[in-house]
Design a protein around this ligand. Structure first.
Ligand code: 13P
Ligand code: SF4
Length: 307
């Protein structure tokens, strides 16, 4: 009876009693990801699952902006996060007031906002995007508005990586993911030298020169799918550490090369505080109604784009 087993059992029991689901991001530790997550995936996948579930309660296994996105999409449900301290360097790089100033500076240019932002930022935006649909969303909104440029916030590196894949001009902000910004092109070259034949997958929040040195770039789900579909002998995932742990569980024949970088915000979510949150109903995530309605429009515009 391993130490975590009673907690897992208690969480799964409470989920049934309270009609609750756990939406777990790919960066959750394997105990949460594999043993208590009802839905696991990337930011887009979790947002779509939030719209589909008929549970009364959502426990967000992820960071605060993800819980806000669930609440924005499901105002009738109670949404909780196991730690209110689970933030994000991208979300804290920009405010709704910043967006208002940017819109004054570039009138008539649509604002595409990465979902890694607070509800007030989403509320000031024309459409959201995630790492899995960013290029398509940029092209969609530019065509819809009949313009050749868009504002894309707040991740500078995601914006630059998208700009390389489209003719639409991108006006970027200066936010960075503190996890992915730490990878360098030299890291990739060193890892390749030490691991001949290794396949390098990079998240698009990495600097463009890292993406350029890599074999594939995509969202956490796209990276996971790539490993499942191609079964490379040896792979490096240039992203948060729990990704390799979680993808490795499903791919026993693949060797995973580290290093990786830890996200301190994601790691604030533990089996223990997830249990307490579900048991006690603490850390409910709320979004004021007028703001929620505006943010809902931006998120739903993204979900409704068909590729
Ligand atoms: P995705 O899972 O959407 O690729 O997002 C990665 C990330 O950094 C979330 O915080
Ligand atoms: Fe934010 Fe980066 Fe952590 Fe994702 S990995 S929550 S983008 S700091």
């Amino acid at each position: 009876w391993p130490a975590y087993a009673p907690l897992v059992h208690a969480i799964n029991k409470l989920k049934v009693e309270k009609n609750a689901v756990v939406l777990a991001h790919n960066y959750m530790t394997p105990d949460i990801f594999a043993l208590v997550g009802d839905y696991v995936g990337d930011s887009l996948g979790l947002a779509i699952e939030a719209t589909k579930t008929d549970a009364d309660i959502i426990i967000q296994g992820g960071v605060h902006f993800m819980a806000e996105t669930s609440k924005i999409l499901c105002p009738e449900k109670r949404v909780y996060i196991p730690s209110m301290r689970a933030g994000c360097s991208l979300a804290s790089s920009i405010t709704g007031a910043d967006i208002q100033l940017i819109k004054q500076r570039y009138p008539g240019i649509p604002v595409v906002t990465y979902v890694n932002t607070s509800a007030d930022v989403k509320a000031e935006s024309d459409i959201c995007c995630t790492s899995s649909n960013a290029v398509a969303i940029v092209e969609h909104i530019a065509a819809e508005w009949g313009v050749d440029k868009v504002i894309m916030l707040p991740d500078e590196f995601l914006a630059k990586n998208v700009a390389r894949q489209t003719d639409v001009e991108i006006i970027a902000w200066h936010g960075r993911c503190e996890v992915h910004a730490r990878f360098s092109a030299q890291d990739v070259r060193d890892m390749r030298a030490a691991n001949p034949g290794v396949v390098v997958l990079a998240h698009p929040e990495c600097p463009p020169e890292v993406v350029e040195e890599s074999d594939f770039t995509g969202s956490t789900k796209a990276m996971s799918d790539y490993v499942g579909d191609h079964s490379p002998g040896k792979v490096i995932l240039l992203t948060e550490c729990s990704m390799s742990d979680n993808v490795a569980m499903a791919n026993p024949t693949v060797d995973f090369v580290r290093p990786c970088n830890l996200c301190p915000h994601m790691k604030r979510i533990t089996l223990e505080n997830l249990y307490e949150c579900l048991r006690d109903g603490t850390n409910e995530v709320l979004v004021p109604e007028p703001m929620r309605e505006k943010a809902y429009d931006a998120v739903m515009r993204m979900i409704n784009v068909k590729f």
